[in-house]
Design a protein around this ligand. Structure first.
Ligand SMILES: C[S@@+](CC[C@H](N)C(=O)[O-])C[C@H]1O[C@@H](n2cnc3c(N)ncnc32)[C@H](O)[C@@H]1O
Length: 221
C-alpha cells in the first residue's frame, strides 16, 4: 500500500474474529454444493484436466481453498488477516491438505513460477492503487509460464454506508461504523485490462448482478 494508507487488516481481523463460533456452520456448508462464484473457479481450474499447484490470495474462511484441495489440487492459501488464517486452519483440520499462511497480495512470499494457477476471489478491490499494481506484478511473477489466473470481484460497494476518507488514488478508507478500517477502491474494467494485459486469453465478464470475473494465462506454456 502507499505510505500512510492502511491495509485494512484490522477491519478483516474484526470480521473473522466475529466468526469464531461459526466453524460448525461453515463445516456443514462445505458438505453442500459450492456457491456459483466458487463453482466458476473450480470449473475453470478443473478444465485443465490435472492437479495443479494453486495459490489463493485473500482466502478468508478458506472454503474455496478447501474445495480446490478436495478436487485434488495442491493448494496454498494466503490472507492478510491472521484471524482469517486461524479460522481457515481450524476449518481445514481433518478435511483436506491445504497450507494457509498470512501474507499480503502485494508481497507474496513465494519463489518465481511457483504455481500453475493463482486465484483471487473478491480481494483485489480491497487494495489501494499502488497495492493493486504490485499485486498484479506479484501474480505474474509467481505464476509458472502457461499458468492460469482467475480473479472475481464483488458488485461495486458504492452503497456501503459510513464516512470515509479518500486519498488521491480514489481508495476509500472507512472511518466509522460497521466498516471502520475497511479499504476499498473501485477498479474499472479498463484498469483491470491494463494491469493484466500480460495474460493471454484475457476475459472480462460481468454477470447480471454486477459481479466481474477476469481470467487469463501467463504466456509461455
Ligand atoms: C471480501 S473478502 C473475500 C474472502 C474470500 N476470498 C471469499 O471469496 O469469500 C476479502 C478477503 O481479502 C483479504 N484481504 C484484504 N486485503 C488483502 C491483501 N492486501 N492481501 C491479502 N488478503 C487481503 C481479507 O482479509 C478477506 O479475507
Amino acid at each position: 500500500m502507499a505510505p500512510g494508507t492502511p491495509d485494512g487488516r484490522g477491519f478483516w481481523d474484526r470480521v473473522f474474529r466475529g466468526l469464531a463460533d461459526a466453524e460448525e456452520r461453515f463445516r456443514e456448508r462445505l458438505a453442500e454444493a459450492p456457491p456459483p462464484s466458487q463453482q466458476l473457479v473450480i470449473g475453470f481450474l478443473g478444465a485443465e484436466g490435472r492437479p495443479l499447484r494453486v495459490l489463493e490470495i485473500g482466502c478468508g474462511t478458506g472454503t474455496l481453498a478447501l474445495r480446490l484441495a478436495r478436487e485434488g489440487h495442491r493448494v496454498t492459501a494466503v490472507d492478510i488477516s491472521e484471524e482469517a488464517v486461524g479460522f481457515a486452519r481450524r476449518l481445514a483440520a481433518g478435511l483436506a491438505a491445504v497450507t494457509f499462511e498470512v501474507a499480503g497480495a502485494d508481497r507474496l512470499p513465494y519463489a518465481d513460477a511457483s504455481f500453475e494457477a493463482v486465484v483471487a476471489a473478491k480481494v483485489l478491490d480491497h487494495l489501494d492503487r499502488a497495492g493493486l499494481e504490485r499485486a498484479a506484478a506479484e501474480i505474474r511473477r509467481v505464476l509458472a509460464p502457461g499458468g492460469a489466473f482467475l480473479a472475481t470481484f464483488d458488485p461495486p460497494l458504492q452503497e456501503v454506508p459510513g464516512a470515509y476518507c479518500e486519498p488521491e488514488d480514489g481508495t476509500r478508507v472507512y472511518a466509522e461504523g460497521e466498516y471502520e478500517g475497511m479499504v476499498w477502491r473501485p477498479v474499472s474494467d479498463d484498469e483491470l485490462r491494463r494491469l493484466f494485459a500480460w495474460g493471454e486469453q484475457l476475459e472480462l465478464e460481468t454477470t447480471a448482478d454486477g459481479e466481474r470475473r477476469l481470467g487469463g494465462r501467463r504466456p509461455g506454456g
